[in-house]
Design a protein around this ligand. Structure first.
Ligand code: MOS
Length: 751
């Protein structure tokens, strides 16, 4: 189907429909995980280790126990055992879910400064937190490695595995670099980052016998349920995870961290329903963040700006107690048509809380480095940075010659340059001024892979014409459920108001995690398949009746509209068909299971490189005396396939850009090099952008469906952050002449 046909047929897809959960959220009607009350509810608080590595030699809990209202103090000396975390394996959901390998409160070992070592359960939140502050722990310290910068030179090259490539080699990049008439060779560093969702992680855990009800804002209900079933030794069917509202996730609510495990443990140990709402500091100490990195990008080119060599290597870190390598050099596999390419990721392990997914893990900081280097090469060559990119735009995937399923980067840059007024840019650094401000304009390429995950969806059609869609997916505030409502209404030809989408509950058919920018496409695939099956069933019912105008018709000749199936003016409503057949409702299921997912992924990988891409345009103003950087204009043009909801899609892209501006200018977790302790675990000292830091973000998308993806969809959750930090750095370079290689770009680096 061509794009034009899709547009003609659809009624809701593409429109800027308000989020259906918006009202509940803005009026306070929405109940988050820490807002569910139960009779006898008790409150938990964590005690954190204060050394980076060692053994606990003693815990004095007497003062905490003496506080009136304290119910229990759980430590490794008295806590009931959980099963240790399973060994990580691709085929085991519960193992993938594990944030760390630590068996909390079953060990005297400390693996990072901040690891939970005790849980206090009390009648009130205040009592629990106060008593937690009275627990005294003594340690035998062991030598710890906590400083990334000093450890990075000892990194071990990472090996590729079934899901991720850790390197790539084509031709002889070092030799080509040495022979190149023009070259840049730059060393970048990026700091660690921590998660700061509006809602800190929170759990309400209720055991009834060996059945557990859990209120938890999670990005992955299936992983969480499977992991808890394993750790607590109960069947999955005994656990119900409810997650109708999530106050932001960004990857930090994808894995299972200490908070939920210890809340469930505390509820089991005390026989009380338990609520554990982490403090902001508690999130920094128990939920992983983004790895720091060092990256080398070396580019060689001929005098016309054609790349002859591209080298991108990185060092990142995991924790000794877990963490997955982030794909820092992965975008460099796809960006430029260099004949000689060398990519390699290396790793160090620190005595630190393991890293985790954080919006475009790897790609966000990897594109900062490679896209800054391309910009520097443009300055060296005296070629416009967009023109340089277009001269190196590949027809096929540079490292292996595979086809691109979709790639409209030329169109994105062309549209962006026109709308942003790129021709007004004087290429000479420091040449554009506005009073005391130095003005700079920069561009960078955004790039993020596109995925489809396993997901099952049921669609139920009632005789009154209403529709219920069910799938255990996640609404973190991105408009996921609104998008599926629009799709269902169009697939079945019913009004939006006739559709109710149920999500965020493990009792529903298994949905995908909200991760990898893959949720909407994954659920849509199941929803479209289920809707088709449902229409087949309706048609079969109609054809059994002699009087039906649909007798002898085939589904492919019919149109779903006006609450029924029609060919031209001939047809009838679902209500008429079901009522005549004496049916109260019909249900159909669709979707891809794990085996189907693996088969499709392997087939797709052989044939295609799938991704979202885009062109980021940034204008900055830099105070010539203080070095203060303000982002004054932004434009992003993205190739993200079919757009389901114009409003929420733009918001997702904008959210990514905002996070990218934070990455560029302010976000940085500061770690004490002696103790491994995070010294700025609060929004007062860890600076995320606020409204005053962000101008209007002008966002466009090209709207061409990707022919290899369900409904032509490409994910939008993460691509917005990629390239964003480089666009800022490149604008700063243009404004000031200074190339900042070390994020964040704070004013001291510009003086
Ligand atoms: Mo994400 S980092 O896939 O929530």
């Amino acid at each position: 189907m061509t794009a034009t046909e899709t547009e003609q047929r659809t009624t809701y897809v593409g429109r800027p429909i308000d989020r259906l959960d918006g009202r509940a959220k803005t009026t306070g009607e929405a109940k988050y995980a820490a807002e569910h009350s139960y009779p006898g509810l008790a409150y938990a608080a964590l005690v954190h280790a204060t050394i980076p590595r060692g053994r606990i030699t003693g815990m004095d809990t007497a003062a905490a126990r003496a506080v009136p209202g304290v119910i229990e103090v759980l430590t490794h000396e008295n806590a009931p055992a959980m099963k240790p975390a399973p060994k990580q394996s691709m085929l085991n959901l519960s193992s993938l879910a594990s944030g760390t390998s630590v068996n909390y409160l079953a060990t005297d070992e400390v693996h990072w400064n901040g690891q939970p070592v005790a849980v206090v359960v009390a009648e009130t939140l205040e009592t629990a937190r106060h008593a937690a502050s009275l627990v005294r722990t003594t340690y035998q310290e062991l030598p710890a490695v906590v400083d990334f910068a000093s450890e990075a030179p000892n990194a071990t090259p990472q090996k590729s595995n079934a899901i991720a490539e850790a390197g790539a080699d084509k031709g002889d990049a070092p030799a080509a670099l040495a022979a190149a008439p023009v070259a840049v060779d730059l060393l970048f560093t990026t700091p660690p980052h921590n998660h700061n969702a509006i809602e800190p992680h929170a759990t309400t855990a209720v055991w009834e016998g060996d059945r557990l009800t859990l209120h938890e804002g999670t990005q992955n209900i299936a992983w969480l349920r499977s992991h808890l079933a394993y750790r607590f030794g109960v069947p999955e069917r005994n656990i119900r995870v409810l997650s109708p509202y999530v106050g932001g996730g960004f990857g930090g609510k994808g894995s299972v961290w200490a908070g939920v495990l210890l809340a469930v443990l505390a509820a089991r140990a005390t026989g009380r329903p338990v609520r554990l709402a982490l403090t902001r500091e508690g999130v920094y100490h128990t939920v992983g963040g983004r790895t720091p990195s060092t990256q080398r990008v070396a580019l060689g080119a001929d005098a016309d700006g054609r790349l002859t060599a591209l080298i991108h290597t990185s060092v990142s870190r995991t924790g000794r107690a877990g963490g997955l390598p982030e794909q820092i050099t992965s975008a460099s596999r796809h960006l430029y048509a260099a004949p000689n390419i060398h990519l390699q990721q290396s790793l160090v392990q620190l005595d630190a809380l393991p890293n985790t997914y954080m919006r475009a893990p790897g790609e966000s900081i990897g594109t900062f480095a490679v896209e800054s280097a391309m910009d520097e090469l443009a300055f060296e060559l005296g070629i416009d940075p967009i023109e340089l990119r277009m001269r190196n735009e590949p027809e096929r995937n540079p490292v292996d010659g595979k086809r691109f399923a979709h790639r409209m980067l030329r169109e994105a840059y062309a549209l962006g340059a026109e709308r942003f007024g790129w021709h007004e840019r004087d290429p000479r650094p420091g040449s554009m001024r506005d009073g005391r401000w130095l003005v700079g304009m920069g561009v960078a390429t955004a790039y993020h892979p596109s995925w489809q995950m396993p997901a099952k969806v049921t669609v139920r059609l009632s005789a009154d014409g209403t529709v219920v869609v069910r799938s255990a997916f996640h609404e973190m505030g991105m408009g996921a459920a609104t998008a599926q409502t629009q799709i269902a209404a169009d697939e079945l030809g019913v009004p939006l108001e006739a559709v109710r989408v149920e999500y965020g509950d493990s009792d529903l058919p298994p949905g995908p995690g909200a991760g990898g920018s893959a949720q909407t496409a994954s659920v849509a695939a199941g929803l479209v398949a289920a809707s088709r099956k449902l229409k087949q069933s309706v048609l079969a019912l109609a054809r059994r009746s002699a009087g039906s105008p649909l007798r002898g018709r085939k589904l492919d000749d019919l149109e779903a509209r006006d609450g029924g199936l029609y060919q031209g003016s001939r047809g009838e409503t679902y209500a008429a068909i079901l009522t005549r057949a004496g049916r109260d409702h019909l249900v159909a299921e669709g979707g891809v299971g794990v085996l189907g997912f693996l088969a499709k992924t392997i087939r797709d990988r052989r044939n295609w490189v799938k991704a979202a891409c885009g062109a980021q345009f940034c204008e900055v103003r830099v105070d010539r005396d203080t070095g203060e950087v303000r982002v004054s204009r932004w434009l992003g043009v993205f190739d993200v396939g079919t757009v389901i909801n114009a409003k929420t899609t733009a918001s997702q892209l904008r959210g990514g850009i905002v996070m990218g501006i934070g990455l560029a200018l302010s976000e940085e977790t500061l770690v004490d090099h002696r103790t491994g302790r995070i010294v700025n675990p609060s929004l007062a000292e860890y600076h995320v952008p606020v409204h005053a830091d962000i101008p209007h973000l002008d966002v466009h998308y090209l709207g061409e469906p990707d022919p290899t993806m369900p409904l032509g969809l490409i994910g939008v959750g993460e691509v917005g952050i990629t390239g964003a930090a480089a666009a800022v750095a490149n604008a700063v370079r243009h404004a000031t002449g200074k190339r900042v290689l070390d994020l964040p770009i704070t004013l001291d680096k510009l003086l």
